[in-house]
Design a protein around this ligand. Sequence first.
Ligand code: FMN
Length: 187
Amino acid sequence: MSFQTPLLSLIKSRRSTRTFLEKPVERDKILTCIEAARYAPSAENLQLWRFLVLDDADLIQKFGAQAFSGIYRPTRWALKAPVLIAMTAKVDILVNRLGRLVQGTAFYLLDMGIAGEHFVLEAHELGLGTCWIGWFNRRKARRFFKLPLNYRVVALLAMGYPSKLPSKSRKLVALNKIVHFNFEQSE
Ligand SMILES: Cc1cc2nc3c(=O)[nH]c(=O)nc-3n(C[C@H](O)[C@H](O)[C@H](O)COP(=O)(O)O)c2cc1C
């Protein structure tokens, strides 16, 4: 592979961040990340994402006391993140119901994943570290935000200025193991 684009370099240098400086994150930067997410493609252009942002330490503690309790305790590291974002989807839209019924695909989850990764990459470009969080109590998270049943907190994103450099080692499956052109066997 010979191309090294600026986007590819950005993608390659991103790592999950779980320890943060006690430095607040500028609201403008948070909004810039959400602007990047806003431009994500979505099934039928539904854009059913909502970004519920917590950047108040007390609220983050209160949220964590609910969402990171019991079996979700391992996620308590995220209580020290200066920003916590609940990536929330409005899930009762017909297209998503049909998609799941006919195809078995929950399109809203694809949409949220794409939007979230736009967010994460923009954050990285701005010098901010992020970590996706799937291990939290979804029901308690929804209740914390007083959301009706048709809203689903799909994932959380912890965000802040990283307090240390990411570890270098990361096992990636080789390119030739994940791509097949025209039914060719990989070497
Ligand atoms: C959908 C999703 C859910 C994740 N949930 C968690 C989580 O609950 N806790 C955590 O510490 N990391 C979580 N991660 C981060 C992954 O562990 C991490 O992305 C993976 O190990 C690769 O490391 P890297 O992000 O540094 O490349 C999650 C990542 C994704 C994409």
